[in-house]
Design a protein around this ligand. Structure first.
Ligand SMILES: Cc1cc2nc3c(=O)[nH]c(=O)nc-3n(C[C@H](O)[C@H](O)[C@H](O)COP(=O)(O)OP(=O)(O)OC[C@H]3O[C@@H](n4cnc5c(N)ncnc54)[C@H](O)[C@@H]3O)c2cc1C
Length: 315
């Protein structure tokens, strides 16, 4: 039986969890754990994603995210129900919680899998090196601890019946745990990670001020601005805007790369985009050759022309 962790933040589902459930249900009967009663309302939609039973764990230490409490609760539940696999999405939180479970059990953990083949020893393919390498491995352990690479597989509903909801009361100690005591929100509304359209700029933009045309284009579409590492290194944009291996991974419907060459460290951060449009003076740049659409020319002429055309069409 597979136990899937439903990642949420004080009741708001991390939608990537649904991608992990698509992997889980190919492996066997799926039960899920929601950590903290704030997430209890999420149980309703999980049946449609193939979950047969939802365990809602409640404890004072689960009122907010805490890797120790989440991991210990999941470990206790996995033991109680005899889970063969514990699985989560390979987000920052998913990987952190799974690593804590592995440490508690002194068991191996496999991060960012894109496929799993059950057998005597379980075969997995996992994403390494920022997405530039797929590695085959065998998991030799009685309890398999896996996270699923975000955006590797699409979430889909299978139309299952409503999942049975059962309470779970873990035994937790507040010794040796980290607890959230305050938060400062740095980004309101649509974020780089969730925006449907990302207009991203690199060295070709030329200065911090020149990003204003990218802001304007993003505004026209209800999107957000991202950038390459050159733009952050030059102080044109904050690091929170950086897309790539050492920045944010994005998967928008459309990624517009302006003056970005498409180095592998950038590409791995946006390769899950549904469509890519490159605006670049160099027809041979990797971003141009790999893009779905390419506009070869000076972005300082092309971007304002696109904005003007949108305005004209909208009257
Ligand atoms: C360990 C490591 C981690 C890294 N992590 C990241 C990461 O997370 N994200 C990241 O982005 N990079 C990362 N990098 C850096 C990466 O290797 C590249 O150096 C970087 O992505 C290049 O940025 P760029 O495309 O803006 O610049 P360049 O490679 O210099 O490309 C600029 C492009 O702009 C085009 N151009 C110039 N002028 C114009 C114009 N007027 N109009 C249109 N096009 C124009 C050029 O033709 C060129 O293609 C990392 C590197 C290392 C070693």
């Amino acid at each position: 039986m597979i136990l899937a962790i439903v990642e949420h933040d004080r009741g708001t589902l991390n939608e990537l969890t649904l991608q992990a459930l698509a992997v889980a249900r190919d492996l066997g009967d799926v039960e899920a754990v929601i950590l903290g009663s704030a997430g209890a309302g999420l149980a309703e939609e999980l049946g449609a994603h193939g979950v047969s039973k939802v365990h809602v764990a409640d404890h004072e230490l689960l009122a907010d995210y805490g890797p120790d409490a989440w991991a210990e609760t999941t470990r206790q539940l996995a033991d109680a129900i005899g889970a063969e696999v514990v699985l989560a999405i390979g987000s920052d939180r998913g990987n952190e919680v799974m690593a804590h479970i592995a440490a508690r059990l002194d068991a191996p953990m496999v991060a960012n899998v894109i496929s799993v083949t059950p057998g005597e020893d379980w075969g997995v393919v996992r994403v390494r090196w920022g997405g530039s390498l797929h590695e085959e491995a065998l998991v030799v352990a009685p309890l398999k601890l896996l996270t699923v690479a975000p955006h590797a597989l699409a979430a889909s509903e299978v139309g299952g019946p409503q999942a049975e909801v059962v309470p779970f009361m873990p035994s937790l100690s507040d010794e040796g745990v980290t607890r959230v005591i305050d938060r400062a929100t740095l980004a309101e509304g649509i974020t780089l990670a969730t925006a449907p359209i990302v207009v991203s700029g690199g060295r070709g933009v030329g200065s911090a001020e020149n990003f204003s045309i990218l802001e304007e284009l993003a505004d026209q579409f209800g999107g957000v601005v991202g950038c390459s590492r050159v733009a952050t290194n030059n102080g044109w944009r904050p690091h929170s805007d950086q897309v790539g291996q050492t920045g944010t991974r994005v998967a928008p419907d459309l990624y517009i790369a302006c003056g970005i060459s498409g180095a592998i460290q950038h590409w791995v951060g946006m390769m899950a985009s549904k469509k890519v449009m490159a605006i670049n003076t160099d027809a041979e740049a990797p971003m141009v050759t790999k893009a779905d659409y390419a506009l070869v020319g000076n972005l300082h002429e092309i971007v304002p022309a696109i904005i003007e055309e949108i305005r004209n069409r909208r009257g």
